[in-house]
Design a protein around this ligand. Structure first.
Ligand code: 4BW
Length: 149
């Protein structure tokens, strides 16, 4: 049974809903962009978290940022994919949550982001909270408690 089965939204924390780190596709800061694009295409995700060599959260990277990075004046310079590293294209200006943050803090972030990374107080990556997990929980709450949302 899910940990959130009978919990009200106000009693749910991000740790109850997140996808834990071992199930999250990710890349590392020093990986070539070519590797990152391979992970994105093979996994089917638009964007994934970026971790440093000690598994601390460093940012996110998506297909659009990679393609923009190798976009020349007239064509995509795909040969650049093996010369450049993930840290040169990633977005490091991202929000993050901690496992003890509330459901409502998660709602606020996923309004603007399809997923948000979860990290501990030292920056070590714990997992991600997706928009899907938030919406699923709202639906469950609606049918369980007949709430007004
Ligand atoms: O492989 C997939 N399996 C399933 N079950 N659903 C998928 C898959 N790929 C995409 N989806 C669906 C999800 O509903 O399309 C939505 C948008 O995917 P995205 O953003 O644009 O690749 C998915 O919505 P979501 O589950 O709320 O996930 C939001 C975003 O979180 C995804 C992706 O960037 C990231 N993500 C989700 N699960 C991940 C992940 N990143 C790495 N590893 C994971 N396991």
């Amino acid at each position: 049974m899910s940990v959130t089965q009978d919990k009200k939204l106000t009693d749910i924390v991000i740790g109850d809903l997140m996808i834990s780190s071992e199930k999250v596709a990710h890349v590392q800061v020093n990986n070539p962009l070519e590797h990152a694009l391979l992970i994105l295409v093979k996994s089917g995700y638009s964007a994934v978290p970026v971790l440093d060599s000690s598994y601390k959260l460093a940012g996110t990277i998506g297909k659009t940022r990679i393609l923009n990075q190798v976009l020349g004046l007239e064509r995509f310079e795909m040969e650049q994919l093996s010369n450049m590293q993930v840290h040169e294209a990633m977005n490091s200006d991202i929000p993050s949550l901690s496992k003890s943050d509330t459901f409502m803090e998660g709602v606020k972030v996923v309004i603007n982001y399809p997923f948000v990374c979860v990290a501990d107080e030292d920056g070590y990556f714990d997992g991600i909270l997706t928009r899907r997990a938030i919406l699923k929980q709202m639906k469950r709450d609606h049918y369980t408690f007949k709430s007004h949302i």
